[in-house]
Structure formats: structure tokens, C-alpha cells
Design a protein around this ligand. Structure first.
Ligand SMILES: [Zn+2]
Length: 176
């Protein structure tokens, strides 16, 4: 997998847009673990689209300890299937993006009171230039998710956005 998102992070580390994002909210450093909030990075390069979501497990599962009961196991199984399917976001059909790879990290690999869920999706798009918005249905699929802080690089531009239940649509420039 070409790692666009890692490239994006390096790129944003020196970019003014990131400074702005962290100034306004005070606690929006990348990787900050704030219940109710998630971070998302999106990058396109040619016909490739990569999306990485990092969220406290509590937002998506309602709990953060390693699943112990059958109900928790089943909730985790369901959430894994959802995250890997990519059916927590909607891409414009006209862009003809096909999910190629997904990578879900073990939230409980590190010991601690809190756990983060990290999922990466890689798409190949026939018409990536028509990728002008992404709608996140995750807000209605994850009861305790209120906000997604997005950083993106697409169409030779970059930016940041804060999405919420009321504003679940990320606008992108497209490259047309
Ligand atoms: Zn937590």
C-alpha cells in the first residue's frame, strides 16, 4: 500500500493549516483522545484515495476495555465489519471508487485505560477528479460520536474541516 496518509501527516506537520486547527480548539493535536471526537485524514494522489480514521473506542462501541462479555464481543465484531466495509462514508458514485484495502489495528495492543480504534481504507477511483465531497454516515452508526476533525490533501490543495451530525459532509475541491 502506498502510504498517502503518512505523507499527508508529514506534509501537514509544517503547514499553517494544522497550526490553525490546533489553535482554535486547544486540544486538537493529532492523536488526542477526547471522547466524542475522532480524527480523520484523507488524501488523494492520482486515482488513489486513502482515508484514515482514529477514534476513541468509546465513540464507536460505548466501551473501551477489551470485550469481555458476549454482548461486547458481538458489538466489536459488528463494528469491525462496518469499519472494514467502508459503509460508514459515502463517496460520489460518479467518481467510481472501489475499496481495495483496509487495515484495522488492534485497539487493545497497548495496555491502558483508554483505547483507540484506527482504520485505514484505500480506494482506487476511475474518476478521482470528480471526488468533490464525502458524506460520513458514521455519525448515525456510532451513537457516541459527535465530531470528526478532518485534515485533507486533494486536488493539489489541502485543508481542514470539522464535521458533526449536523454537518456530516466534507467538501473537497476536486481537480476539474
Ligand atoms: Zn477513552
Amino acid at each position: 500500500m502506498r502510504n498517502l496518509v503518512k505523507g499527508l501527516l508529514l506534509c501537514l506537520a509544517t503547514a499553517p493549516v494544522l497550526a490553525l486547527a490546533s489553535d482554535t480548539s486547544g486540544h486538537a493535536e493529532h492523536g488526542a483522545h477526547v471522547h466524542g471526537e475522532a480524527q480523520l485524514m484523507l488524501a488523494t494522489d492520482g486515482d488513489l484515495l486513502e482515508i484514515m480514521l482514529q477514534s476513541p473506542a468509546a465513540n464507536l462501541l460505548g466501551f473501551e476495555q477489551k470485550p469481555a462479555t458476549e454482548a461486547q464481543q458481538s458489538a466489536w465484531q459488528q463494528q469491525q465489519a462496518l469499519l472494514k466495509s467502508g459503509q460508514w462514508l459515502q463517496l460520489p458514485a460518479i467518481a467510481q471508487c472501489v475499496l481495495q484495502q483496509q487495515q484495522l489495528e488492534d485497539p487493545w495492543a497497548k495496555a491502558g485505560q483508554h483505547a483507540d480504534i484506527s482504520i485505514s481504507l484505500s480506494y482506487q477511483c476511475k474518476a478521482a477528479e470528480l471526488l468533490n465531497e464525502v458524506t460520513f454516515t458514521l455519525f448515525s452508526q456510532a451513537a457516541d460520536l459527535q465530531q470528526i476533525d478532518v485534515q485533507w490533501v486533494s486536488g493539489g490543495q489541502q485543508g481542514a474541516a470539522t464535521l458533526s451530525t449536523k454537518q456530516p459532509v466534507l467538501q473537497l475541491p476536486g481537480t476539474e
